[in-house]
Design a protein around this ligand. Structure first.
Ligand code: ZN
Length: 239
């Protein structure tokens, strides 16, 4: 039985923030939107994952079985520290951010494509248990998010995703302002801020995550995590 997920600092100590909702952004890097043949949006494309999706990026990653390929999306994750509701002032938003981390927005891409075709919600492809691994967090006061931070993901030493936060169509504070017009944000809520180019579907043939893969995720100033993909051992998950 796996331990219940808790938000943690990068040194592994527990954070004094409750686990809440996860608001995710699709197509927030123009080059990633184009590589999947999508329009570049004029408003952020938002979707959510529940707390059930959270797990530690520092423990071996278990992928769902029998539902098609699981694709990687490395993302900068923002943790909210103060309640925000309908906020538009970017300085207020800046000071309401508690911490930053590295996240992996795991995606059942074939299933997502089928759901999209039918106009159905994406939760089956995005919100499954363990679909939102996150690293330990770094205090926001130590991060200059306005800088152009490099975001990258390697699988078995091969570069797969690479970009800079400066390529975000909706930069962090503006993105949160837009989200906050729809969703009140509470301490401990997370924002997955979108993924740069190089998701598996961009490769010919497509590439995805497999058991035994070694992944390396890095965001300047925020952290570097090396981890391994494992296969779920049968239908034994009970906790
Ligand atoms: Zn994503």
């Amino acid at each position: 039985m796996s331990e219940a997920y808790l938000h943690r600092w990068i040194d592994g100590s527990a954070m004094d923030r409750p686990v809440g909702k996860i608001v995710c952004v699709g197509r927030n890097y123009a080059d990633h939107a184009r590589e999947l043949g999508n329009e570049v949006p004029s408003q952020p494309l938002l979707f959510m994952k529940g707390a059930n999706a959270l797990c530690s990026l520092h423990e071996p990653l278990v992928l769902p079985q029998g539902q098609g390929p699981v694709h990687h999306e490395v993302e900068m994750v923002v943790m909210i520290g103060e309640r925000l509701s309908g906020e538009t002032d970017l300085e207020t938003i800046r000071f309401a951010i508690a911490a930053y981390g590295v996240g992996l927005d795991l995606t059942l891409r074939d299933l997502q494509s089928r759901l999209k075709e039918k106009g159905h919600p994406w939760e089956r492809a995005k919100g499954f248990d363990g679909g939102a691994p996150v690293s330990g967090f770094i205090d926001a006061r130590g991060i200059s998010v306005r800088q152009n931070l490099e975001v990258s993901l390697e699988v078995n030493g091969e570069s797969r995703q690479h970009g800079h936060t400066g390529q975000m169509l909706f930069p962090t504070f503006e993105l949160i302002a837009q989200i906050n017009q729809v969703f009140t944000l509470e301490p401990g809520d997370l924002i997955f801020s979108g993924t740069p180019a190089g998701v598996g579907a961009a490769f010919t043939p497509p590439k995805w995550l497999k058991a035994g893969d070694r992944v390396r995720l890095e965001i300047d100033q925020v952290g570097m995590i090396e981890n391994e993909i494992v296969t779920e051992p049968g239908n034994t998950r009970i906790g």
